[in-house]
Design a protein around this ligand. Structure first.
Ligand SMILES: NC(=O)CC[C@H](N)C(=O)O
Length: 358
């Protein structure tokens, strides 16, 4: 069936519907050459229609191994050439049958370069995917919907669950956590209790964890549980990734703002300001910390994006609290930054030793 993507500014991009019929979301683009299944199942994309800039998507199929959550939360997927016949030793299915089975709206055969150029110059905006012959009233109805209503509630775990390990006990706040973050923490040796995003601070602290982890997640950080994080600061060592990093800044009294078109891809250079070393990182964020808002706070900016100079990492000057805006767990992307999970382990061991009076 022929379909189209219509952006809020009225621009129209024609294509074909591989699955789904209509949807609304915030249209963003991801520049990764691979990793489409991880992108589809990263809960941070909840509420968004993702356009992949790499022109051939689906060539290595899909496999259970790449899933990052219990389901996909993207509102839609836009690609140029959809490869129907994957070729990979890992492929368990083709992308097209995966999209159909999961009912993920997908428009393909689209000029994704034109969409990306428009978003780059006009900024991220809302869009709808509809059949080519959709009525204007149907389109207006879709545009009237808010794709970001309660996204953290939608993606977070409904139940507490444990991933036992031999090391320090971490209370993991799941704002939309990717599986590879949990895998990376388990691999580093942590003992994990994963909690729903809206668990009150007293309940989290009642578990007597050795540390707290704040996960990635969708939407505007100001709509997430900032107050809970504020009540946790100073009580336990904390590590935050992406949304978790933004929440820490807000809870400390800083501010965040929306980037014009965000950072989404697997090859974003980030500089560690202590060593001047540049890491290639996986990123997916539409908001950033306002650096001027940190000026009067007791924190140090530790990492910076090489492309646009925005804040990519920070640490507290007195408390055992640090965070990064990018995704050290990768999946997809390079694993340059997995050392950060070991850094969290070292920090916890140091704090636990201190508490024992050693
Ligand atoms: N990956 C994430 O955690 C994204 C954080 C936030 N939703 C943003 O877009 O900036």
């Amino acid at each position: 069936m022929n379909g189209k993507l219509i952006l809020e500014d009225g621009s129209v991009f024609q294509g074909m519907l591989a699955s789904g019929t209509k949807t609304v979301g915030e249209v963003v683009f991801n520049t990764g050459m691979t990793g489409y299944q991880e992108v589809l199942t990263d809960p941070s994309y909840c509420g968004q229609i993702v356009t992949m800039t790499y022109p051939l998507i689906g060539n290595y199929g899909v496999a259970d191994l790449f899933e990052q959550a219990r389901q996909s939360f993207v509102r839609g997927f836009v690609i140029s050439e959809l490869c129907g016949k994957p070729s990979s030793w890992q492929a368990e299915d083709s992308l097209v049958s995966y999209l159909k089975a999961k009912n993920i709206p997908c428009l393909h055969g689209v000029d994704t370069r034109a969409i990306t150029r428009r978003i780059r110059s006009h900024g991220t905006m809302k869009g709808v995917i509809v059949p080519a012959d959709a009525q204007a009233s149907e389109v207006a109805e879709l545009f009237a919907q808010s794709p970001f209503a309660e996204v953290v509630k939608e993606v977070t775990t409904k139940e507490i669950y444990r991933i036992p390990g031999k090391g320090p006990h971490i209370a993991v706040l799941d704002f939309g956590i990717k599986r590879n973050i949990l895998n990376s923490m388990a691999k580093a040796g942590f003992d994990l209790t994963v909690l729903p995003a809206y668990t009150p601070a007293e309940e989290i602290l009642a578990l007597s964890p050795d540390g707290i982890f704040l996960s990635n997640g969708p939407g505007d950080p100001k709509d997430a549980p900032v107050e809970t994080v504020r009540q946790l600061i100073g009580k336990k060592p904390i590590f935050g990734i992406c949304l978790g990093h933004q929440l820490l800044a807000l809870a400390l009294g800083g501010d965040t703002y929306k980037l014009k078109f965000g950072h989404r891809g697997s090859n974003h250079p980030v500089k560690d300001l202590a060593t001047d070393r540049v890491y290639i990182t996986s990123q997916n964020h539409g908001y950033a910390i306002d650096e001027t808002s940190l000026a009067t706070l007791d924190v140090t900016v530790t990492h910076r994006a090489v492309n646009d100079g925005t804040v990519e990492g920070m640490r507290h000057n007195r408390l055992p609290v640090f965070s990064v805006q990018y995704h050290p767990e990768a999946a997809p992307g390079p694993d340059d930054s997995t050392y950060l999970f070991e850094e969290f382990m070292r920090l916890l061991n140091k704090e636990m030793n201190k508490a024992r009076g050693n």
